[in-house]
Design a protein around this ligand. Structure first.
Ligand SMILES: Nc1ncnc2c1ncn2[C@@H]1O[C@H](COP(=O)(O)OP(=O)(O)OP(=O)(O)O)[C@@H](O)[C@H]1O
Length: 299
């Protein structure tokens, strides 16, 4: 069964089309990402799918059921990550999680298990306002999962974290679909969508511009690969003679071989013993965004 089916969702605020005809489906067990800059309509879309906001028009179904009016049968099957700022004040991490377990009517042992899974056992007795940004995000993810929902929504779970803390969180997030759970995540970060998501919807100005696997989106670009060979390893003439090289650029970083068929080019460099310090750059989701909108991505 499909976890989510969204058909032509619209949300208008006066003149503003915050969400402007969005349709997509998410399969059970999928890690689905909605990527877009500030104000793209990601949160509004999620809130309509979660049944928290009534759409201006369009439909949203979760596990085959209408989400609006608020559907009590769905509540135990859905987890929604709260922003860390909505924790109960003055509770410790353990008490916060136990409170959520109690609200969902599941045993305190589930809270303990999640405390361990998100790596917060050492911080169990720390008050929530004394946790670091990364620890608070981990706790909010644990709170969304304590009742073991089949579908979990994470709205910018790594926002405001430094790069190291973001990457630490990715390890935790990537394991969430292991048991067949479906995850829907919104993010500003291209690398995050690329690392975690099976499919990504790129959203801008209330619309989905493109939806595919990260690799499929990049393939669809037909962007060339740039193979940079360290200075002194090869001459421009030698580089031009390699089959598959479309263009050669002499840059400060070395000789750049531009190609649409990188494997034989790299294989040839390997045969000739010129691989030391070689760097290979393929297209990224950032390039996809640029080609879709004609403007650089600003998160
Ligand atoms: N309650 C509201 N009333 C009026 N306008 C709103 C309301 N909620 C959201 N908007 C507007 O709708 C648009 C989409 O907002 P939304 O929060 O869905 O974007 P987002 O992609 O989640 O952005 P961010 O990444 O900054 O969270 C924005 O222009 C926002 O200002």
């Amino acid at each position: 069964m499909r976890a989510i089916e969204v058909g032509d969702l619209v949300m208008t605020y006066g003149e503003l089309h915050a969400v402007d005809g969005v349709s997509f489906t998410v399969e059970e067990g999928e890690f689905f990402g909605i990527l877009g800059p500030n104000g793209a309509g990601k949160t509004t879309t999620l809130e309509m799918v979660e049944g928290l906001r009534r759409p201006t028009s369009g439909t949203a179904r979760v596990f085959g059921e209408e989400v609006w009016p608020r559907n009590k049968r769905l509540l135990p099957r859905i987890g929604v990550q709260l922003q860390a700022s909505s924790f109960f004040e003055r509770l410790t991490a353990r008490e916060q999680l136990q409170t959520f377990a109690a609200l969902y009517g599941v045993g305190g042992d589930r809270g303990e298990a999640w405390l361990e899974r998100v790596g917060l056992v050492d911080k169990a007795d720390t008050r929530v306002n004394d946790l670091s940004g990364g620890q608070a995000q981990r706790l909010s993810i644990a709170c969304a999962l304590v009742h073991d929902p089949d579908l979990v929504f994470l709205d910018e779970p790594t926002a405001a974290l430094d790069p190291q803390a973001r990457r630490n969180l990715w390890d935790l997030l990537s394991g969430l679909t292991d048991s067949g759970r479906t995850v829907v995540l919104t993010t500003h970060y291209m690398d995050e969508a690329e690392a975690l998501c099976d499919r990504v919807a790129i959203m801008d100005a209330g619309r989905i511009l493109e939806l595919d696997s990260p690799a499929g989106l990049v393939r669809g670009l037909d962007a060339p690969t740039r193979v940079t060979v360290a200075p002194g390893q090869i001459t421009v003439e030698e580089a031009r003679r390699i089959r598959g090289v479309d263009e050669v650029v002499d840059s400060a970083d070395g000789i750049v071989l531009v190609t649409r068929d990188a494997p034989p080019v790299v294989a040839r460099l390997a045969e000739e013993g010129r691989l030391d310090g070689v760097q290979v750059h393929t297209g990224t989701l950032e390039d996809v965004f640029l080609s879709l909108t004609g403007r650089a991505y600003r998160a």
